[in-house]
Ligand binder design. Structure first.
Ligand code: FAD
Ligand code: AMP
Length: 475
């Protein structure tokens, strides 16, 4: 006999566990099936984000930032220190401790919300039956529900002729667990993950080379921001090679030989380690029985409508396994929206106001359209910008790099996009997201009082500059 639930969520990442909690709050008898096992061999709900993504990468970015500042920046404050060293094992253990705390927190939240948590692999059968193969012992359990949410996430894309071996040629999981600082590190793909993980090891002393097939750097960001960011990253020692297509890689005598092609033809580079970050793809292996009624798109994502309904009645899908940006907060908001839709409440997500962040130094954050996108769409817009070099708090904190750039409709003044390169850009962008969510104008932000001295004054000045009345820069 199958155990009956109102809702079963397959996948316990930021999409799935958040959906399960919201559903339980709404009074549904809820189960969450997740197969992730932590480094200690114990169940670890939280998905890619908590285990091998957002959180551990930020922990290492933070550790490496301290080390880098100690070596390069504290002298200016009159602080000197002899014999600085990095103990990689301690740094990794700190990261593992944070991950454990957070995945343990999700387990507690499941208990607190009376969510039945199954540690195992779920498979959706016909009629919203879910077969769970428990990780501990392989026993099979049958569940069924009125509604099922699929939140199975994503896995790294593998390129032909570059096989992961978990030691020399690695994905994000391997690069979050190196046991020493590689003298040289090759990174295939100068996207968000490649830049973040490349920065970690670069700050700790690796010679890092990013090999990027595209001719432009970070084309997903606004061009003014990506151009300045490329200059900053170069200063930090990141060797970013654009227009460089990796064709194959092989391990020989403890080194990785990479074959590539660029404008000068074919050549080889040798690294101690190679990190492959060429994007991620939806993960649906073993998830769907042939009778489940759920269809996939041509690129392997679960097909959904605007409100996350799949092609099978009562079956929904959210997060990295469906269309849209592969971001944890997008997954979570979809999870909340679906739980509310199931409860008969109105729910919607404004995909246009989902913020993006790259946690490099300086950070990059944006919301809305880039200037290129507005140009391509033939929108009449005006721009305002403000450099952090003219912001008192940025200078006091030793963070003069970067800018805030704001794009507003030429006629209505509605904010269409904000792009920030600078310290704490990840936090500063929230104000802009709120403004855009309320269809605010640059005038609205210009009229709001911003505390002094803060980095947020640069957002204020950029808003003023849209109307060419910034105070601390020429207009
Ligand atoms: P996931 O987090 O991938 O969770 C899916 C879960 O489902 C996993 O636990 C998986 O094991 C489980 N699962 C899959 N199939 C089954 C099955 N059949 N049965 C049971 N369980 C199953 N995003 C940000 O917004 N900010 C960041 O700073 C950020 N940094 C990142 C850094 C790195 C290195 C990486 C790799 C990703 C980062 N991301 C970041 C992306 C973010 O991790 C994902 O967008 C997010 O985790 C997606 O959430 P999800 O719930 O859809 O899937
Ligand atoms: P993202 O999608 O942000 O994770 O970035 C992945 C990056 O990897 C993209 O910018 C791709 O252009 C790049 N990429 C994909 N395949 C290759 C390859 N074979 N060689 C070099 N770069 C690649």
């Amino acid at each position: 006999m199958a155990e009956k639930f109102d809702l079963i969520v397959i996948g316990g990442g930021p999409g799935g566990y958040v959906a399960a909690i919201r559903a339980a709050q709404l009074g549904f008898k809820t189960a969450c099936v997740d197969m992730f096992t932590g480094k200690d061999g114990k169940p670890a709900p939280g998905g890619t984000c908590l285990n091998v993504g957002c959180i551990p990468s930020k922990a290492l970015l933070d550790s490496s930032k301290h080390y880098h500042h100690l070596q390069h920046d504290y002298g200016a404050h009159g602080i000197s220190m002899k014999d600085t060293a990095i103990d990689v094992a301690t740094m990794i253990a700190r990261k593992d401790g944070i991950v454990k705390k957070l995945t343990g927190g999700v387990t507690q939240l499941f208990k607190g919300n009376k969510i039945a948590y199954y540690h195992g692999k779920g498979r959706l059968m016909a009629g919203r039956q879910v077969q769970v193969t428990l990780s501990d012992g392989g026993e099979i359990q049958q569940l069924e529900a009125d509604n099922v949410i699929l939140a199975s996430g994503s896995v790294p894309i593998q390129i032909p002729n570059v096989e992961f071996d978990g030691k020399y040629i690695v994905d994000n999981v391997g690069a979050l667990d190196f046991d020493s600082v590689p003298a040289t590190l090759g990174v295939i793909g100068a996207g968000v993950i490649g830049l973040e993980l490349g920065s970690v090891w670069n700050r700790l002393g690796s010679e890092v080379t990013l090999l990027e097939a595209l001719p432009d750097f970070l084309p997903i960001a606004d061009r003014d921001v990506s151009k300045q960011a490329a200059r900053e990253f170069k200063k930090q020692g990141l060797d970013i090679r654009l227009g460089t297509l990796v064709k194959s890689a092989a391990v020989k005598k403890n080194k990785v030989i990479v074959n590539l092609e660029d404008k000068n033809g074919e050549s080889q580079l040798t690294f101690d380690r190679l990190l492959v970050c060429v994007g991620r793809k939806a993960y649906t292996e073993g998830l769907l029985d042939e009778d489940s009624g759920v269809q996939l798109t041509a690129n392997g994502q679960i097909q959904v409508d605007d409100q996350s309904r799949t092609t099978a009645p009562g079956v929904w899908a959210i997060g990295d396994c469906v269309r849209g940006p592969m971001l944890a907060h997008k997954a979570s908001e979809e999870g909340i929206a679906v739980a509310e839709l199931i409860a008969g409440k109105p729910a919607h997500i404004h995909f246009d106001t989902v913020p993006w962040v790259v946690y490099t130094e300086p950070e990059i954050a944006w919301v809305g359209k880039t200037e290129q996108e507005l140009k391509d769409a033939g929108v009449d817009y005006k721009t305002g910008s403000f450099p952090f070099a003219a912001n008192g708090r940025a200078l006091a904190g030793g963070n003069p790099a970067g800018l805030v750039k704001m794009l507003a409709d030429a006629e209505t003044d509605e904010i269409l996009g904000v792009h920030i390169l600078g310290a704490n850009a990840s936090e500063l962008i929230s104000e802009c997201v709120v403004a855009m969510e309320f269809q605010g104008s640059s005038e609205d932000l210009a009229r709001i009082v911003h505390a002094h001295p803060t980095l947020s004054e640069a957002v204020h000045e950029a808003a003023l500059h849209v109307d060419k009345r910034a105070i601390h820069r020429g207009n």
